[in-house]
Design a protein around this ligand. Structure first.
Ligand code: 3HC
Length: 699
């Protein structure tokens, strides 16, 4: 006879003969919020005080086991009972407890499993300690129990990479005891009965000793000091894992303190903003409505961009027609796509046996007429308005009714492109970032007349491709490139006025960017910026200080960066060294302009660069190009290498505060009042005490 009773709304106990099942039911991902912690503690204590059950199995309802602590509670006053205390109560239970895990057991979820006396995985299970991605470390025994079960190298690997470990690997490494197929409750009944009958061995994880491995700890600590000096929690992970040599109480105390300290850092706040921002960004009115069919995609243009887009679509299981004007271009496109797909196999992103089928979904063509039956066309030819208009005029005559006509333009006016068609409601901007099959950002640019279901389909496409779609309005450069065009001038002004390109790069790399702006310019090709400056020359405001003198001269020498072997740096034999000739050009330009170089501290450099970024980002929010500050933040995290632990430019702006930013801008404006102007939105915030986070809540 089975009897079920509720401990609270989220936890229930079911008794079947000599066994008891504890079920966690807290959708969507069974996070261990206060009520779950309380309920689990009460369930274990009740069953132990009643003393009837011979074995307990803990399982979860819904699509997954427990995804960890409830992240929404972070940064708020802690509410007892604390997770490590609950897990100690489970580990100390006189009645053996077995965890039955399905889906993903992550962070506090996996730590729950580790505190049980045996762990059974259901096929497809993945386990992990992803706290590092939130600027944290495992804070409920993960650093103490994983090394006892699987050794120090595995514990360091899991906690420092945050990767999801397959059930097969978890079994091999001793993190789970058994891997079975089945439905969680049925498996829970079966294994609890086996435990009760002594057929499935149980033991307390903390009764085991961590096998000594000081070398792994020392080597990792030294490596992190070199490569991750600015990150907080990774160093604490090594300290906490080292503490697993100690008895449970002492080790957990060290882990707990490290967890609490990490929780206080701005890095934690930035990374949690990134976590929720990534999910909130698709929360836009149109995305709730219907979408259009999305199976066959046409891509026009077999260059780097078009091939990357085609690759992304193929990897997502879509049928792709690739159209080029000439045989040679088409062959080059097919070769690039094949190389990209092979690369995906090598990187483990695609199973080798699926390679041919994925490539088989590609139909190359020299005839635009072959796009008659596709659901979506993405035009990815070079950035010339008349060429794009010609293509869209043709597509208007070729494509079926209801097909979405998209342009991958990175700055052109899509309203103007839409106007050449008789169906502007079907026209959309889909701005991919290079390499398009790797970079996660997709700006979904919405012209004036676009239908809501077309926008919704843009977001559905982003999801299908595993990308982060961000809604943007039409303007020169949309969200990302418009902001970039503004703040990159600061880097040039700093260099003209006295900093070296290398100092600017080093300062910004110290702030957390993977590469400084001059290295990025060399990588992307300096000719791109050169072309843009030439394009904008006629419309440039004469009052604006020109930022391109040095870069123009470098380009006139044919130095376009890495692809030509030199730019700001010289690239020879795998080494990157400053280009002395560029530095000589810089001296010459300064002399011509009568600039006496002055010195900037690294802090000055970061402050000016970041303030310029924030200024234009604020304007982008103010004029509605971005719906919310978080949309700007996600563009920069996923498309521009902005350090994730800083949360994005406008999250970072809140850490400085509007008042301090306005004061900074006013001080810089004394040197250049045209460039440094306080955006109205920031002036209002400085006056009223508002923040960008407030606008996120409203939006
Ligand atoms: N706490 C609170 N909410 C969470 C959550 C968590 N741990 N994990 C996910 N959610 C929410 C998401 O915000 C989302 O909410 P929304 O629908 O309102 O946008 C919803 O659950 C579904 O999440 P996803 O859209 O991400 O669903 P997926 O199916 O794509 O992915 C997942 C599921 C793999 C579990 C993914 O959500 C995930 O990686 N979650 C975070 C896991 C994690 O970082 N755990 C560690 C937490 S820290 C910790 O445990 C500390 C401990 O050591 C003390």
């Amino acid at each position: 006879m089975a009897a079920t009773r509720k401990v609270n709304d989220l936890i229930s106990i079911e008794e079947i003969g000599a066994i008891a099942l504890i079920c966690i039911d807290n959708p969507p991902v069974n996070a261990t919020g206060q009520a779950v912690r309380q309920g689990l503690q009460e369930a274990i204590e009740t069953l132990n005080s009643e003393g009837k059950a011979k074995a307990i199995a803990v399982y979860a309802a819904g699509r997954t086991f427990v995804a960890g602590a409830d992240i929404r509670e972070f940064g708020k006053p802690p509410m007892p009972p604390a997770l490590p205390d609950v897990f100690n109560i489970i580990e100390d239970s006189a009645i053996p407890v077995v965890a039955v895990m399905h889906g993903t057991a992550l962070g506090g979820g996996f730590e729950l499993g580790l505190s049980c006396h045996a762990r059974v995985g259901i096929e497809g299970l993945k386990v992990g300690l992803p706290e590092i991605n939130l600027g944290l470390l495992p804070g409920a025994g993960g650093t103490q129990r994983v090394p006892r079960l699987a050794g120090i190298p595995m514990a360091l690997d899991m906690a420092l990479s945050g990767r999801q470990v397959s059930a097969k690997e978890a079994l091999e490494k001793g993190l789970i005891d058994r891997l079975v197929a089945g439905e969680p409750r049925e498996v829970a009944v079966q294994v609890a009965e086996e435990v009760a009958a002594g057929k499935l061995a149980t033991r307390r994880t903390c009764d085991l000793n961590t096998p000594k491995d000081d070398k792994a700890l020392d080597d990792t600590a030294a490596m992190l000091k070199k490569t991750q000096a600015h990150m907080y929690s990774c160093h604490k992970i090594v300290e906490a894992v080292r503490a697993s040599y100690l008895p449970r109480t002492e080790g957990l105390k060290i882990e707990r303190q490290a967890f609490i300290d990490s929780m206080q850092t701005p890095q934690r706040a930035g990374m949690i903003h990134a976590f929720f921002g990534e999910r909130a960004v698709s929360n836009i009115p149109e995305a709730k409505g219907p979408t259009r069919p999305l199976e066959k995609v046409g891509v026009i243009g077999g260059g780097t961009m078009g091939s990357g887009i085609a690759t992304a679509c193929l990897l997502a299981g879509l049928q792709v027609r690739l159209v080029e004007v000439a045989e040679e271009g088409l062959k080059r496109g097919i070769a690039t796509i094949t190389k990209n797909i092979d690369g995906a196999v090598q990187r483990g992103k695609l199973k080798a046996e699926k390679r041919d089928a994925v490539l088989g979904a590609l139909t190359p063509s020299l005839n635009m007429g072959d796009l008659a039956d596709v659901d979506l066309v993405i035009e990815a030819v070079f950035e010339q308005m008349d060429v794009k208009k010609d293509i869209f005029t043709k597509l208007d005559g070729i494509c079926k009714d209801g097909a979405i006509l998209a342009s991958n333009t990175s700055y052109l006016d899509i309203n103007e492109i839409a106007a050449v068609t008789k169906r502007p409601q079907d026209v959309l901007g889909l701005h991919f970032f290079s390499p398009a099959h790797v970079m996660r950002l997709l700006e979904i640019v919405v012209p004036d007349k676009t239908a809501a279901d077309v926008v919704a389909t843009g977001f559905a496409l982003a999801k299908k491709l595993g990308k982060v779609g961000v809604r943007a309005g039409v303007c020169d450069g949309f969200i990302g490139n418009r902001i970039l065009a503004h703040y990159s001038k600061t880097a040039s002004y700093l260099v003209l006025d006295g900093a070296s390109p290398m100092q600017v790069d080093n300062a910004l790399e110290g702030f957390g960017f993977a590469m400084g702006p001059h290295k990025v310019g060399d990588l992307a090709g300096l000719d791109i910026g050169w072309m843009t400056r030439k394009r904008k020359a006629a419309t440039r405001d004469p009052a604006e200080r020109y930022a391109g003198d040095v870069a123009d001269k470098i380009c006139e020498n044919g130095w376009f960066g890495r692809k030509s072997g030199r730019g700001y740096y010289v690239y020879e034999g795998g080494a990157t060294v400053p280009n002395e000739e560029t530095l000589a050009i810089l001296d010459q330009v300064r002399a011509e302009k009568g600039i006496s170089p002055r010195s900037f501290t690294d802090e000055d450099i970061v402050d000016r660069y970041m303030t310029a970024m924030i200024v234009e980002a604020a304007r982008v929010v103010e004029d509605g190009t971005a719906r919310r500050p978080l949309d700007v933040d996600m563009v920069f995290l996923f498309g521009y290498g902005f350090p994730r632990f800083r949360g994005g430019p406008l999250h970072y702006a809140d850490t400085i505060g509007a008042k301090a930013l306005v004061e900074r801008i006013e001080a810089y404006a004394k040197e250049d009042p045209h460039y440094w102007q306080v955006p109205a939105i920031l002036a209002r915030m400085a006056k009223d005490g508002g923040t960008f986070a407030d606008l996120n809540k409203e939006g």
